[in-house]
Design a protein around this ligand. Structure first.
Ligand SMILES: [Zn+2]
Ligand SMILES: [Zn+2]
Length: 176
């Protein structure tokens, strides 16, 4: 039977990818959830439990819920925390970083909206890392995500970017 759609592109895309690449191969079901409090570091206890971090940057758009202003950004930070737990269920937490609307300059952080191709590219890359780092598959040189299309955006406005405020913007990195 087909899975019921969650209505969220990240959760739905992850479900269909993990089913083929992880669940059917290794017998462990993986679940993706959002957590807007994730940081780019792991505690010693988290490391001991096997948590890992993957950070990347993707293109996304924003629509201010206050004044309806719309903008694009090619620098939207994503942090994933992932772990194959003792119960043999895989957990992924995702934090997409927000931006502030420059038009109404409110203090509210607006959440990014990603195109399907960006979601797929980010998750395919994450699943390769899970196969390599949680299942010891020999995968060499996981490439940086391919930019499918170059879309012109205005220069990055650091004072409106949540990831810049936390000093972690525009990085590709892994933490183990
Ligand atoms: Zn606004
Ligand atoms: Zn930034």
């Amino acid at each position: 039977m087909a899975e019921i759609s969650s209505g969220n592109i990240w959760i739905d895309t992850f479900q269909s990818l993990q089913k083929i690449e992880l669940e059917e191969k290794y017998g462990n079901k993986w679940i993706l959830q959002f957590n807007y409090n994730l940081v780019d570091k792991l505690t010693e206890e988290e490391k001991r439990k096997g948590w890992k971090i993957s950070q990347t940057t993707k293109f996304a758009s924003f629509n201010c819920s206050n004044c309806s202003h719309f903008w694009n950004s090619s620098r939207v930070t994503l942090i994933f925390h992932y772990c194959l737990g003792k119960s043999k269920t895989g957990q992924v937490f995702l934090r997409p970083f927000c931006q502030i609307c420059r038009q109404c300059n409110s203090e509210y952080f607006m959440k990014p909206k990603f195109k399907e191709e960006s979601v797929k590219a980010a998750l395919e890359n994450l699943i390769l890392k899970i196969r390599k780092n949680c299942y010891r598959e020999k995968i060499r040189n996981i490439s940086q995500d391919v930019m499918y299309r170059t879309i012109r955006t205005k220069p990055h406005e650091s004072d409106l970017c949540e990831a810049c405020m936390e000093g972690i913007c525009n990085k590709e990195r892994d933490v183990f």
